[in-house]
Design a protein around this ligand. Structure first.
Ligand code: ATP
Ligand code: MG
Length: 415
């Protein structure tokens, strides 16, 4: 039956992978806390226009990656492809603007109809941080530092490199856009069909294309640097100086434009060479125009999103959970007391695995298989004397322990 397969591009996070995800989210949440970011959660689906308008009709996401549907009430709905638009929608609809600056952290699943491959899925997970309401370059620096510190805390700081660019203010962008249109129009025949469409609507996006032909043409395209006005130049150099001040190394990448329409000024990515062409682990930038695009006031903001699946492939195995204690009833008469005792011990904070069925040998094999630290054998005769047998599964030593001492003995072993 085909429906027993997960849908293409989705996957089950089995315990080993789920543990990696949790490690990443918990680390990021803790670091975000150091910067004063509070966790929020927005719905995983929104009205389609929440994404379509700000992300842009010519972006890959809106043009071909969104999971959109009409719900039973006739509403046009989209599963979120990214977090920023939903968060800004929340800021506007919950009337949070006057509390700015706002600092938000969130994590969760995102959905994009893409061609699945290593590090690229249709349901994937992101960590997302947004600093909303600050126009100064300090915000960009702080948000990048937060990304940098998170990667360091995950032990992959040395495996990743910060790439940096500026997209300038709207005036610079308009001047650059014109230069790009002139250039790409001359070489129109070499562009992919998608990029020919982008040429009219958003030529900047051609620089972000993954098509080989587009990449070749882009190589000789005019660079933004030559079209930045003084204000944009000043802003960018303050970001660069701030990072240098903090000892955060970066590489300038004039081709870095990012996939979404709403970016202005700073654009950045943390990339690794270890994941092939899916090498971007964090992508972000400043998006001063987004709130206005959604019908709100002008609110400057900057943020980033990290791909958890990609980070999970890079980090070291997270530390193992505390080893459980196996409670093994010996014979049917032991089962009732074992059940009761296991609840008492859990109440005292000990991780207990209760052996369900099978003979003693089988239950002990299971205890070994789950990596139990010790096994407690609970038999009728012993119970009558108020004792149980405690077997240290590392040393193999077994001793009799009075039931009332069991808790302390196990706590010492499990410590
Ligand atoms: P790419 O160029 O790889 O398609 P993007 O620019 O579309 O990335 P963003 O929208 O910036 O990606 O998302 C931020 C991060 O989320 C990416 O850097 C990546 O780590 C992760 N990500 C994006 N799309 C996917 C996906 N389909 N599967 C897994 N992770 C993803
Ligand atoms: Mg993409």
């Amino acid at each position: 039956m085909r429906s027993l397969q997960p849908v293409r591009g989705t996957q089950d996070l089995l315990p080993e992978t789920a543990r990696r995800h949790r490690q990443i989210v918990e680390t990021a949440r803790e670091i975000a806390g150091l910067y004063g970011f509070s966790e929020i959660a927005t719905p995983i689906f929104e009205f389609t226009e929440v994404f379509a308008r700000p992300i842009g009709e010519t972006s890959d996401i809106v043009a071909k990656e969104m999971y959109s549907f009409t719900d039973r009430g006739g509403e046009e709905i989209t599963l979120r492809p990214e977090a920023t638009a939903g968060i800004v929608r929340a800021v506007l609809s919950d009337g949070l603007v006057q509390n700015a600056p706002l600092k938000f952290f969130c994590s969760g699943p995102m959905f994009r109809y893409e061609r699945p491959q290593k590090g690229r899925f249709r349901q994937f997970h992101q960590i997302d941080v947004e600093l909303i309401g600050v126009a100064q370059p300090q915000a960009d620096i702080e948000v990048i530092a937060l990304g940098h510190r998170t990667l360091e805390a995950l032990g992959i700081g040395a495996d990743t490199q910060l790439e940096l660019n500026t997209l300038g203010d709207p005036e610079s962008r308009a001047a650059y856009r014109e230069a790009l249109v002139t250039y790409f129009s001359r070489r129109r025949s070499e562009l992919s069909e998608d990029s020919r469409r982008r040429l009219e609507r958003n030529p900047l996006r051609i620089l972000d294309s993954k098509e080989e032909s587009d990449k070749r043409v882009s190589l000789e395209a005019p660079v933004f640097d030559d079209y930045l006005n003084a204000r944009s130049q000043e802003f960018f150099s303050r970001v660069c100086d701030g990072l240098a001040e903090l000892g955060i190394g970066y590489r300038l990448n004039p081709r870095l434009v990012r996939g979404l329409d709403y970016y202005t000024h700073t654009a950045f990515e943390f990339v690794t060479t270890q994941l092939g062409s899916q090498g971007t682990v964090i992508g972000g930038g400043r998006y001063d125009g987004l709130a206005e695009m959604m019908g709100g006031p002008q609110i400057p903001a900057v943020g980033w999103a990290a791909g958890i699946e990609r980070l999970a492939m890079l980090i070291a195995e997270p530390p193992a959970a505390k080893r459980p204690i196996a409670l093994v009833p010996v014979g049917e008469a032991g089962e009732g007391p074992a059940l009761k005792l296991s609840e008492e011990l859990r109440g005292a904070g000990l991780p207990i695995d209760l052996g369900y069925s099978g003979n003693l040998g089988r239950r002990l094999r299971r205890a070994n298989k789950i990596g139990a630290r010790a096994a407690v054998l609970i038999g009728e005769d012993e119970l009558a004397r108020g004792i149980v047998a405690l077997r240290d599964l590392d040393s193999g030593e077994q001793s009799e322990v009075p039931v009332e001492e069991l808790r302390t003995r196990l706590a010492a072993l499990n410590g």
